[in-house]
Ligand binder design. Structure first.
Ligand code: FCB
Length: 471
């Protein structure tokens, strides 16, 4: 079904179907993607791939706790084994390198590298040292995220991101990691998608730790951003040669009608998804419209916090997946109005590459100090199956081509975008959706842990080879 939808889309939209039929991926000759210094890589995250949750002194994380609660994750799946990457990392790095991917974005599991008193856990740290050293030996550019949602449970037991102290504990963790791993990391991202940690974790409870209160969400966000701000100077001091940044997910909201109320609703959607994070980072203040949407939820902000949060960044990581069509809810906010007849992925998310271009060009207008951008995640889930040893993920190939075209358009409109990471290198534990949703360009058979390169990865590899040959 998914593949049919993609085929229909391509027939209907010749403007975005520039690749030849024989090669449905390779960007057109005038694309900026041919620039040799445009980094093309793949991303993963610790809890989604590592498994080995009880090994070598790793402590429980909030996702171990949350996924063990019946009903929280589809089919009762947990990250206990995941892709068993903790044991298979060598083969996985070989696979990454054999695909010619130039960059790898991974995350460190905080509960693997520090004990509850904040002392280093040598075995956990050594795992990342081995991994990063090998990646460097292979000539792969390394992007390391310090926090991709697996908060140590002992910190959640003391309030998690509702407790200001967690931000200081995070700075200690950043200190330890940057002392230990300096020289093997090309770019550090403090946080992955603070919107998801704050809103899904503390605002609606769909993610760990599963709390649901708007006031909690704004306070958790403030402490997350403070954690980021406290960590950046520590990373700069310990590892001056690397780039420092943060990764934000962004959402496109479009209005269901021309009415002023619906236009306002779309504006508020983007305030809640984008400005809530980007304004404090790039303007040093929270957008006041957020508190129109959620009256009375202003976080407690101490003197100096906003300066700490808004210190200059070397790069901004952007994760983009889909758009949401919204209308006024008749009160202060917006409600989703799903569009009929549009192409969707296995997640039900609309395929909407223009949203990526429009948001990026909009940010350039809004934020005069916008740092260089890396697209740190983009991709889609499909119910891929291995048939005769092959996975023909046709919709993903088309999705990637169209989103890379959107990136190219944004570059041509003057946005400084330096690279793009596919989400994800391999199928993995997709949070509340468990293993059912497959985002990888490599298929994982969870019963055998066999990896099968999907057609999309083959085409990316082919493009990278051609690009190399031209240089
Ligand atoms: C993002 C997450 C990533 C993955 C993708 C599909 O929100 O950062 O871990 O789950 O969505």
């Amino acid at each position: 079904m998914a593949n049919d939808a993609s085929a229909v889309f391509d027939t209907l939209s010749p403007a975005v179907s520039k690749g030849s039929l024989a090669d449905p991926f390779t960007p057109p000759a005038d694309s900026s993607l041919w620039r040799k210094n445009f980094l093309l890589g793949a991303a993963t995250a610790s809890y989604q791939i590592e498994g080995a949750v009880n090994e070598d002194g790793r402590l429980p994380s909030i996702w171990d706790t949350f996924s063990a609660i019946p009903g929280k994750v589809l089919a009762g799946d947990t990250g206990a084994v995941a892709c068993d990457h903790y044991h298979r990392w060598e083969a996985d790095v070989e696979m990454l390198a054999s695909l010619g991917l130039e960059g790898y974005r991974l995350s460190i599991a905080w509960p693997r590298v520090m004990d509850a008193a904040g002392a280093p856990n040598r075995k956990g740290i050594d795992f990342y040292k081995r991994l990063l050293n090998r990646l460097k030996e292979k000539g792969i550019t390394t992007f390391v995220t310090l926090y991709h949602w697996d908060l140590p449970q002992h910190l959640e037991d003391r309030g998690g991101w509702l407790n200001r102290d967690t931000a200081y504990r995070f700075a200690d963790y950043a200190d330890l990691m940057s002392c230990e791993l300096a020289g093997t990391v090309d770019a550090w991202a403090t946080l992955n998608e603070p919107w998801c940690s704050a809103y899904l974790g503390y605002g609606n409870g769909h993610h760990a730790p599963g709390l649901a209160n708007d006031r909690f969400a704004t306070q958790a966000m403030h402490h997350l951003l403070l954690a980021h701000g406290l960590a950046v100077p520590v990373l700069r001091a310990n590892d001056p040669a690397s780039q420092k940044g943060i990764v934000a997910n962004i959402g496109r909201g479009t209005a269901n009608s021309d009415s002023a109320a619906d236009q306002r609703a779309a504006h508020l959607f983007e305030v809640q998804h984008n400005a809530w994070i980007l304004d404090p980072l790039l303007k040093g203040s929270y957008p006041q419209d957020l508190f129109e949407l959620w009256p009375g939820t202003e976080p407690l902000v101490l003197d100096g916090d906003m300066e700490t949060i808004s210190a200059p960044l070397d790069f901004l990581g952007i994760n983009y997946y889909f758009r949401t069509n919204v209308a006024s809810d008749g009160a202060h906010g917006f409600r989703d109005v799903p569009l009929e007849g549009v192409e969707r992925t296995q997640m039900g998310w609309e395929v909407y590459p223009d949203g990526l271009r429009d948001l990026l060009t909009g940010f350039k207008e809004t934020y005069h100090n916008l740092p260089p951008i890396y697209i740190t995640e983009n991709g889609m889930a499909s119910d891929d199956e291995v048939t005769d040893g092959r996975v023909e993920d046709t919709q993903r190939i088309s999705f990637l081509r169209r989103h890379l075209a959107a990136v190219d358009q944004a570059i041509k409109a003057g946005v400084d975008i330096r690279g793009y990471f596919l989400w994800s290198l391999m199928d993995n534990f997709e949070w509340a959706f468990g293993y059912e949703r497959r985002f990888g360009v490599v298929h994982v058979d969870y019963s055998t842990q066999k990896r099968t390169i999907k057609r999309s990865a083959e085409l990316v590899e082919k493009f990278l080879q051609e690009r190399k040959a031209k240089a």
